[in-house]
Design a protein around this ligand. Sequence first.
Ligand SMILES: Nc1ncnc2c1ncn2[C@@H]1O[C@H](COP(=O)(O)OP(=O)(O)O)[C@@H](O)[C@H]1O
Ligand code: SF4
Ligand SMILES: [Mg+2]
Length: 340
Amino acid sequence: MTTPSPLHDAPLLDIRDLRTQFGFGPATVNAVQGVDLRIAPGEIVGLVGESGSGKSVLALSIMRLIQKPGRIAGGKILFDGRDVLAMSARDLGRWRGRDIGIIFQQPQGCLNPVRRIGWQVAEPLRQQERLSRKGAWDGAVALLRSVGIPAPEQKALAYPHQLSGGQAQRVMIAIALALRPRLLIADEPTTALDVTIQAQILELLRDSCRHAGTSLLLVTHDLGVVARLADRVAVMYAGRIVEDGPVATMLDHPAHPYARGLLRAAPRLGQSVGERLQDIPGGIPDLSRPTAGCAFAPRCGRRASLALARCREEMPPLDPVAPGHRLRCWAAPDATGDGP
Ligand SMILES: Nc1ncnc2c1ncn2[C@@H]1O[C@H](COP(=O)(O)OP(=O)(O)O)[C@@H](O)[C@H]1O
Ligand code: SF4
Ligand SMILES: [Mg+2]
């Protein structure tokens, strides 16, 4: 088990200027507005931002799962050097099956209610590894054991409604990791679970990915969660990354006023989201109305206190401020002080 060194590894996933939209004409919602993000092999990246900031759309875009009227309007997604946006449907199917897995918030909704869970875990093994029925079943039982399902031989015979929420999410993790994908995307994987179960599931995710050398993009609105798990954190606001960097930097000295606000509002596991985000007054801007300046300007106490006129006029670029640390803000990092 090694901690990856993202600065030196060639990226497994390399997203460049990705743009995803919904709808047409003046009603077009620009949900992802030019995202650049890299994930190294074996790296755990936390993607944080409040509800509506574009995290799920980015996650679905990476897998090319955006449905009409949505579309990827521009940019590139390279996976181990392969151009994901140029893949044929056949290549895409193979790539999704082998190299990449996804886990959503509601595990019960992703499982087939009328199939025994053992077969649902065994299915990818049968299809992709061409195992016999018996071989795939045994593989499924072993996977269920590895994700901490008690008495896995018996539980493999159960139907989804016979599982608790935590057990169902463990099963989803087993399915997602069955073929040892190179990248796992987990979109708010513990939000629907009991507080006491959340930490266990997150630790399971982290340990499983570390053990298999799988990269993890962990989407969450919760900085407390990434603190426990991630190597690196990217903060998303209104469809853009506004800051990213090593987890220690992002938790101890975030530079972006929005990241600071999120950190101040950071929860203990299980507090309600609504309570915490009240700490940053205002809401995400209307994504169908492009603004010239910084999208955070209307909410930004830093802009107000420094009287920065530029913030309203010109979008700040996402620029490096230190090795592995990028910031999208006109206020210099050393001028950001303690306040927002
Ligand atoms: N299917 C869709 N049709 C129209 N707009 C959508 C669709 N899915 C997401 N959006 C919009 O994209 C924006 C980002 O949403 P989302 O990625 O779900 O945010 P997050 O996951 O960060 O909470 C929101 O404004 C949302 O309304
Ligand atoms: S660019 Fe200006 S408005 Fe935007 S976060 Fe920085 S200080 Fe605030
Ligand atoms: Mg979401």
